[in-house]
Design a protein around this ligand. Structure first.
Ligand SMILES: Nc1ncnc2c1ncn2[C@@H]1O[C@H](COP(=O)(O)OP(=O)(O)OP(=O)(O)O)[C@@H](O)[C@H]1O
Ligand SMILES: O=P(O)(O)OC[C@H]1O[C@H](OP(=O)(O)OP(=O)(O)O)[C@H](O)[C@@H]1O
Ligand SMILES: [Mg+2]
Length: 285
């Protein structure tokens, strides 16, 4: 039986969450700190632990069939690679930043300026769109230091909290793109391995949907139930079961985790008691 070869970052920001999501979809693999390859124990899958930046080439060549990778790296190096599913972790943006005192306010002001970056294709794409010509200095790390040492007038790099920019006296002037970890596939994937990816995608959707929602249980007097049902924007009609205590019922519903905090006060004011909110592991739709 064919095994799907999937690349996961060997170490770095994507590694732990990538292994965690594989585990959450029921695939057990040895963690790769000291090894480059591992087989799943209960699924036709082989994991290759690789550098994030090398993965687009491996996908293109068909050396691996699929990968968990930062979307920003695919935009930079893999525009022919298919994104199957966004995974909701390692969220960041790729932005242009300049020293706080700089007069550069937008892409337009970068004409003939020096920009340090590890993302030359991305920067060039956006500069071309804006009709701007600038000089790129390609460096592989510590990009934020470049303006301070006189190497560049601005930078293009990953921003998340913004603290690295802040510590280096830089301000973000333009967000070029937003990124998160994604499941991507090789253009050379076989039909047989595509069916394995389809299974993985189905499981991922169930886990990701579960993460977005909470299972809510509460008790309420029967005469208050209609109002409470109105407040709860449930997936389907909620389940209502009678309690031993006469005139009271227990109500169960699935609710978006963000919506829950918006309605909690109203639920209490409408007579809901003993409210329990539980995580959902999987939501199969
Ligand atoms: N500060 C951050 N916050 C959130 N996500 C980030 C951040 N920095 C990077 N990422 C995301 O995580 C990915 C991996 O980043 P990391 O710094 O671990 O590796 P790398 O140096 O890009 O890759 P390599 O594995 O090739 O050494 C990036 O491509 C990006 O998608
Ligand atoms: O906005 P922030 O939350 O400060 O995050 C942004 C920083 O995170 C990344 O570096 P990382 O820590 O991955 O170091 P690296 O350059 O060694 O990859 C990125 O290259 C930025 O420098
Ligand atoms: Mg990094």
């Amino acid at each position: 039986m064919s095994k799907l070869k999937i690349a996961v970052q060997k170490s770095g920001r994507l590694h732990d969450d990538s292994m965690k999501i594989l585990k959450e979809i029921g695939i057990s693999v040895d963690n790769g700190k000291d090894q480059l390859k591992a087989s799943a124990r209960n699924f036709p899958l082989e994991v290759f632990y690789l550098r994030n930046g090398d993965i687009p080439q491996y996908l293109r060549d068909g050396v691996v069939d699929a990968a968990i990778i930062g979307e920003n790296v695919l935009i930079e190096k893999g525009d022919d690679i298919n994104i199957v599913e966004k995974l909701g972790f390692s969220k960041c943006r790729v932005s242009i930043a300049v020293p706080k005192a700089s007069k550069v306010k937008s892409l337009k002001d970068l004409e003939q300026k020096r920009i340090a970056t590890s993302y030359p294709n991305t920067v060039n794409y956006f500069l071309d769109l804006a009709g701007i010509k600038a000089n790129l200095h390609i460096i592989n790390g510590s990009v934020e230091i470049a303006p301070n040492i006189g190497l560049a007038d601005g930078i293009c790099d990953i921003v998340s909290s913004g603290s690295t920019l802040f510590k280096n006296g830089l301000k973000e002037i333009e967000v070029l793109l937003k990124s998160e970890a994604v499941l991507a596939t090789s253009p050379r994937i076989s039909a047989e391995n595509q069916t394995i990816i389809n299974k993985i995608q189905f499981r991922l959707k169930s886990v990701l949907k579960g993460r977005e929602n909470k299972y809510v249980l509460l008790n309420a007097p029967n005469e208050k139930l209609d109002r409470i049902v109105e407040i709860l924007p449930g997936m389907n009609s909620p389940t209502i079961l009678p309690l031993v205590q006469k005139g009271w019922s227990s109500l169960h519903s699935v609710i978006n985790k963000n919506d829950f905090w918006n309605v909690i006060d109203e639920l209490k004011a409408s007579g809901a008691e003993g409210i329990l909110v539980c995580p959902i592991e999987n939501m199969v739709l």
